[in-house]
Structures are given as structure tokens and as C-alpha cells.
Design a protein around this ligand. Structure first.
Ligand code: HEM
Length: 356
């Protein structure tokens, strides 16, 4: 006869709770416990959770975007009215549009802050150079997503954004043909921008995000450069990190909800050709006056130069030093560039060359 597995001293084995049994059943089929791998304590603080918050903003954008897409009409003569209808006729339409608008701002700000965190801690150094490049590609795609989204509402602001874009496409010659009306004479450009905004760009961002996350898992999260002995840090399961990031995410959702209700995005009347009365969203301000100052080609050159520099960061800074105090050259260049971009943006904000 087999020996009893539970001794009388240890008491009878307790049947696992229903929740535990459900978890076990799911784990057996989906392998969710693989998520319990250890991550260092410092990965749980807010600075090291900015990437997760960027991802959460992206998922809010996907959900709200899918909702409002049901009523949006991308034909030029109907686009502006369809957005108006979403705000006035559709159940929760104005709220969903507000959340979409504010989540886009949040994703952009959080991606920038996340990039600054990675830069400050030199987390892009070997072996993470490739993942920095994947991140920079996502930033570029997010930038294009904000631009295409602005055009879709087809009011004066959207229309002017598109005409500036067509000017830049003109100087790029063959390279700019996708952004121009020349590519497909019988398809309105707003329809192609809509396809890019709703399918191509989110699809690419999502694919790159999966790669980004897999690379974070493969390389493990970088050590904190200020912690001299990483081995003394208490590791916690990644599921704890997910719980913490979800709590930050709920706070983010709360803030975005309040903003959507209190400061809904504006929608101007249908556009009038040949006038210049708006300025773009703040993330375009750093190059906005270049057209006036140095001509249209300088806008293309400025965008290419800044993104080129961002992509190249890990290849320009090859030293193994990670503490910011020991990286005087890269920190100084980054600080000067940052101040310059903020100064031009403040100039646009104050002078607001074209009213708004
Ligand atoms: C645009 C959307 C982005 C999303 C959703 C995203 C998401 C994430 C997440 C969840 C992490 C894990 C740890 C953390 O949050 O610090 C991470 C790490 C990382 N990200 Fe991003 N990221 C984005 C953009 C960027 C950008 C713009 C860059 C740089 C140009 C970048 C470079 C990196 C690097 C190098 C790591 C590894 C950091 C480490 O091990 O400490 N990411 N990202």
C-alpha cells in the first residue's frame, strides 16, 4: 500500500482555492507563469516604468481609435462633418475622441521621457544598441501617427498641416512621392493618410513593440548605474512589475479621463484654401518656424538631422561609462540640444506666428 502523502502532524492537505485552480488550468494551457521571472527592484520605480506607461497609452489609443473609426468617414467632403457627428450624435463619441486625443499627447510625452530616462542611465549601451534603434523607430512612427491624425479631422489646422507636408514632400522629390497627390491621382490623399493612421502605423508600432519587449526580456533590464553592487538588490517577479505598472496606468487613465472631459479637443470648420491661420500641435513647434526663416528644404533637413542623431546615439557614444557624471560630452550635447528645441518651441508658443 502507498504511504499517505500527508502526515497527521502536518494536517490534511488543503484543497487549492477556486482562483488558484483556475490559474493553474490557464497556466497549463497558456504558460502564463513564465511571466514570473525575476526583475531587479529598481525596475519598479516610476522612471523605469515609463516604457510600460507609453505602451499603456498606445493600448488606450488602439481601443478609442477602433471605437471612433466606426463613424469616421475619410472622404474629403464628409470627413469634417463625420467628426462633428461623432462628437454630437454618437454615444460616448465626444469622450472617446477626447481620450484618443489626450492619449496621443500622453504617448508622445511618455515616449520622450522614457527615452530621456534610457539616455540618462546610458541603458542604450552594449548589448542594447539594437533596442535603442527599435525604440527610435517607434518614436518616429508615433510622430507620423500624430501628424496623420491631425489631418484626418479636415479642419483648417488639419488642412494646413497637410499643405506644409506637401511642400516638404515637393523638396524631397522621389522620396516624398508617397506623401504627395502624385502617387495615386484617383485616390484622395486623406484616404491614404487614414489607411496609414489606422492600419499601417499602429501595425508597425505594435510589431516593433513586441520586438522591443522581447529584447528587454533577452538582455534583462539594465543595472542601475548608481547602484554599485547590483547583487544586493532584492529581485521581484515580473508579475509584480506588471501590477505596479498597471496601477500607474490606472492613474494615467484617470488623468486622461479628466482632461478629455474638461479640455476636449477642438474641431474647426471645414478648411479654406490659401490662408494660414493655425499653428500645429506642440510636438511640431521645434521646426515650425524653419520654413519662414530658412525655406521649406530646411524643415526636411531639420527633421532628418534630429531623428538621424537620435538613431545614432549608441554608435556615437561607445564608451562603457554609464554614470551621467562621467559622460560630460554626451550629457552636454544632449542638454544644449534640449534647451534649443524647448527655446524654439517657446518662441512659437509666444509669437504664435499664425494666430490660433
Ligand atoms: C514609443 C514607444 C515605446 C514603448 C512602448 C517602449 C516600451 C519599453 C518598455 C516597456 C521597456 C522596459 C523598461 C522601461 O520602461 O524602462 C523599454 C526599455 C527600453 N527602451 Fe523603450 N519604449 C518605447 C520607445 C523607446 C524609445 C524612443 C527609445 C530610445 C530611442 C527606447 C529605448 C529603450 C531601451 C534601450 C530599453 C532598455 C532599457 C533598460 O534595459 O534599462 N524605447 N521600452
Amino acid at each position: 500500500m502507498a504511504a499517505p502523502t500527508t502526515s497527521a502532524a502536518a494536517g490534511p492537505a488543503r484543497r487549492p482555492s477556486a482562483a488558484r485552480r483556475a490559474l493553474d488550468a490557464i497556466d497549463e494551457r497558456m504558460g502564463i507563469r513564465a511571466l514570473e521571472y525575476p526583475v531587479p527592484e529598481h525596475a519598479n520605480n516610476l522612471g523605469w516604468s515609463l516604457g510600460a506607461l507609453t505602451a499603456i497609452s498606445f493600448f488606450i489609443l488602439l481601443a478609442t481609435g477602433i471605437y471612433i473609426a466606426q463613424w469616421y468617414n475619410p472622404m474629403p467632403e464628409l470627413a469634417n462633418q463625420s467628426v462633428r457627428d461623432i462628437m454630437t450624435q454618437v454615444w460616448l463619441g465626444a469622450f472617446a475622441r477626447g481620450l484618443h486625443f489626450w492619449a496621443a499627447q500622453a504617448m508622445f510625452v511618455l515616449a520622450l521621457l522614457h527615452m530621456l530616462r534610457v539616455f540618462l542611465h546610458a541603458s542604450y549601451k552594449r548589448p542594447r544598441e539594437g533596442n535603442w534603434v527599435v525604440g527610435a523607430a517607434m518614436l518616429l512612427l508615433a510622430f507620423l501617427a500624430v501628424f496623420t491624425g491631425t489631418v484626418l479631422k479636415w479642419d483648417q489646422e488639419g488642412f494646413e498641416a497637410l499643405s506644409h507636408n506637401l511642400d516638404v514632400a515637393g523638396v524631397l522629390g522621389g522620396l516624398g512621392v508617397w506623401f504627395s497627390t502624385d502617387l495615386a491621382a484617383n485616390v484622395p490623399i486623406i484616404l491614404r493618410l487614414y489607411t496609414a493612421h489606422a492600419v499601417i502605423l499602429p501595425g508597425l508600432i505594435f510589431t516593433l513593440f513586441v520586438l522591443h519587449a522581447l529584447l528587454v526580456k533577452r538582455h534583462k533590464i539594465s543595472d542601475h548605474p548608481a547602484i554599485a553592487h547590483p547583487e544586493v538588490e532584492e529581485p521581484a517577479p515580473f508579475t509584480e512589475h506588471l501590477k505596479r505598472a498597471s496601477a500607474y496606468g490606472l492613474v494615467l487613465l484617470g488623468v486622461l479621463t479628466i482632461l478629455s472631459v474638461l479640455v476636449p479637443p477642438v474641431l474647426g470648420p471645414t478648411p479654406v484654401e490659401g490662408i494660414e491661420t493655425t499653428r500645429p500641435l506642440w510636438m511640431f513647434w521645434w521646426f515650425f518656424p524653419f520654413e519662414q526663416w530658412f525655406g521649406v528644404p530646411s524643415v526636411a533637413a531639420a527633421i532628418a538631422a534630429l531623428f538621424g542623431l537620435i538613431f545614432l546615439v549608441p554608435f556615437l557614444d561607445r564608451s562603457p561609462r554609464r554614470r551621467w557624471q562621467e559622460r560630460k560630452v554626451s550629457m552636454t550635447i544632449a542638454a544644449v540640444l534640449f534647451v534649443l528645441l524647448v527655446a524654439i518651441s517657446v518662441y512659437v508658443w509666444i509669437n504664435n506666428p499664425f494666430g490660433h
